[in-house]
Design a binder for this molecule. Structure first.
Ligand code: URA
Length: 190
């Protein structure tokens, strides 16, 4: 929907959100409190793609509201961005129990929602956070450590893979790398 107005995009996203709200395509629906569809500007230049909701996101129904979200806000500001400027979504819309890794069948069941969000928002850049988002968007088996900070092309989208903010919370050595990558994103957008 690259030529659609902001209002048309907002309406298309709301229709997808309504559809996702009652989704029962995989077993994650049994344990969820909320479907975490995603939030942000319907005509954002940048789509941020995370992995899956955690405990706080499941409780609040919004993406990146916990510790990783707080750090993501800092990273966005390094790139000269605020949350309202971007659209934030996840590969999975429901929380895996105990925050385990997404399973292939869950990723497959959920794929149409992220594809729909990408088509509607029609961003210029997709920033993939960590392995699951990067592998999904780039259809690659290549890991994030090799791909991070290297601008890729996927169809008409520029894709910029970076470490997941949660990984940089656990492993402080990743912080300067991640922060440099967001500074580079800011340069790309300027
Ligand atoms: N981690 C993610 O990948 N997504 C969220 O929404 C929160 C934490």
């Amino acid at each position: 929907m690259s030529d659609a107005t902001r209002e048309e995009k907002a309406a298309a996203l709301e229709a997808l959100r309504t559809q996702a709200a009652t989704c029962r395509k995989c077993e994650l629906c049994e344990g969820r409190t909320n479907v975490v569809f995603g939030d942000g500007s319907p005509d954002a230049r940048v789509l941020i793609v995370g992995e899956a909701p955690g405990k706080n996101e499941d409780l609040q129904g919004r993406p990146f509201v916990g510790a990783a979200g707080k750090y993501l806000d800092e990273l966005l500001s390094i790139a000269g961005l605020a949350r309202e400027d971007v659209f934030i979504a996840n590969v999975l819309k429901c929380r895996p129990p105990g925050n385990r890794n997404p399973r292939p069948e869950e990723i497959k069941a959920c794929a149409d929602y992220l594809r729909g969000q990408t088509r509607v928002v029609s961003p210029e850049y997709i920033v993939t956070l960590g392995n699951f988002a990067t592998k999904f968007i780039l259809r690659t088996e290549c890991g994030i450590t090799r791909l991070r900070g290297r601008l890729q092309q996927a169809g008409r989208f520029k894709v910029f893979p970076v470490f997941h903010p949660a990984a940089a919370i656990y492993d402080q050595a990743k912080r300067p790398v991640l922060e440099d990558d967001f500074a580079r994103l800011g340069e790309l957008l300027a």
